[in-house]
Design a protein around this ligand. Sequence first.
Ligand SMILES: [Ca+2]
Ligand SMILES: [Ca+2]
Length: 222
Amino acid sequence: MRREFWRMVAVALMCSVGAAGCAGDVDDPSDVGTIEDSGGDAGGDVAPDAEDPDAEEPDAEDPDAEEPDAEDPDAEEPDAEEPDADDPPSGDGTSCEQAIDVTEGGVLDAQTTVGGPENQDADGEGCPSGRVSGPELIYVVNPAEATSYRVRVEPNEVSFDPMIYVRSGCETSVCLAGTVFSGPGDAETLDFEAPGGEPSYIIVDGELLSEGSFRLEVTIAE
Ligand SMILES: [Ca+2]
Ligand SMILES: [Ca+2]
């Protein structure tokens, strides 16, 4: 080795002195030794995993959410009850002022004279009976034109013996019509013509001192 070293030094000196004859003449320098490859595998090939692209997307807002029902346009309008201004007030039948209006006719169930006042007796002109009577219930018709009515009183108890009479008011003793035709427990029927433009009071009373419940039917004759 030592000899080789000195050869290299000699060559170096020679080349530095004069370039001629220097190049190529040097002994093969290949045995000087190879420089260790120090580069290399630094780094490695570990690629970081990419973010998972399959991450679940949040569900979009459900577009099928139920819409609130629109206001129902068919909502029932309340029937406007048309009060008939021409009709007298319909009362409880305890007086002419509180007479129950049956001008248009109709059927009234569960009527009763029990507990009613006893102010009327069928004892005047045109009336059907004597002075003694039970409590009464008063109805009224007030047609615009003269109208023929039929009034039927059907007692619910055999103890009740009804009678019917009609007056133009509660202050008069005169009767326009009346009947006591049937006995206790039997129906009474009275036909009469009411004048137009003024009230006629239909009084359901009890023969003798009887009282009771009944069904009233008022019809307008053709
Ligand atoms: Ca009476
Ligand atoms: Ca009778």
